[in-house]
Design a protein around this ligand. Structure first.
Ligand code: NI
Length: 267
């Protein structure tokens, strides 16, 4: 230590003798808090197991013999204004769905995510901030995905196995940020966010639905939630059975690859 630096310490010591104790205490405290907070630590989150999660919950045995399969998916929530009402409808109808949620909203509304999981729905990721990942650098995309993963780990204890990139948009690098999660898009675009009425949603549904289809809707719009009873009734009438996306993958015996985006799991 140079004489000048030592002189500086001596004068500090003379003016604020309590600093000698306070400074090391603060440094030690900060170190302890950082060590004890694993959720915000991206290293820990990246190491969270991708496979050991309850993506396919236990359900009473159902017969899928001769049935067509469909997965309803809801994006951009959870919203306290609309998602609980949707959960009520799904519960009454005994229909499982898959929720592609934003980490930023999961953080604020973890109780809704937890309720959805408890009621047999699948929780999947729609990233943290709904950015277009095709326009981000690999490291910015990784940062967003890590932040979302941390939010899911905090709310439900695991990183979801499925992810839907916002706008279905990725590039040659940014998909790698998902760390092995399966990318899911959709085969039925109800355009519920654009034409906010049941009739338009039903027309798009009926025109695009096929066996193994994945239906895209948004649980943040009241008009979308309003349409759900009609959507369910129509699909039942057409001979469809409802499954989560992970159940659909399992039933169709597809071994998914992390570099591919899946829109449908045909028979
Ligand atoms: Ni979205």
């Amino acid at each position: 230590m140079s004489g000048r630096v030592k002189g500086c310490f001596d004068s500090l010591n003379a003016r604020w003798p309590w600093l000698k104790i306070a400074l090391p205490t603060v440094i030690i405290l900060v170190f302890i808090i950082r060590t004890l907070a694993p959720v915000g630590d991206s290293e820990t989150v990246r190491l969270a197991p991708m496979q050991a999660h309850p993506a396919v919950p236990e359900r009473p045995a159902r017969s899928f013999e001769g049935k067509k399969l469909v997965a309803l998916t809801f994006d951009d929530g959870p919203s306290p204004a609309t998602t609980p009402r949707l959960l009520d409808i799904l519960k009454e109808q005994q229909v499982p769905a898959t929720f592609f949620e934003l980490g930023s909203l999961v953080k604020r509304n973890a109780w809704i995510t937890q309720r959805a999981l408890r009621e047999g729905h699948e929780i999947a990721s729609h990233t943290m901030w709904h950015q277009n990942l095709a326009r981000l650098s690999a490291s910015a995309a990784q940062g967003d995905v890590n932040e979302a993963n941390a939010a899911f780990v905090e709310a439900i204890g695991y990183v979801p196995a499925l992810v839907r990139p916002p706008y279905g948009s990725i590039n040659g690098e940014t998909w790698k940020s998902f760390g092995g999660a399966t990318m899911i898009s959709w085969s039925v675009d109800t355009l519920d966010w654009k034409y906010r009425n049941t009739e338009s949603i039903m027309n798009n549904l009926v025109n695009q639905i096929s066996d193994g289809g994945i239906v895209l809707m948004h649980d943040i719009h009241a008009t979308s939630v309003d349409a759900v009873p009609s959507v369910i009734a129509k699909l039942r009438e057409m001979g469809y059975e409802f499954v989560t996306v992970s159940e659909l993958i399992k039933m169709r015996g597809v071994s998914v690859e992390p570099s591919k985006m899946y829109a449908r799991f045909a028979p």
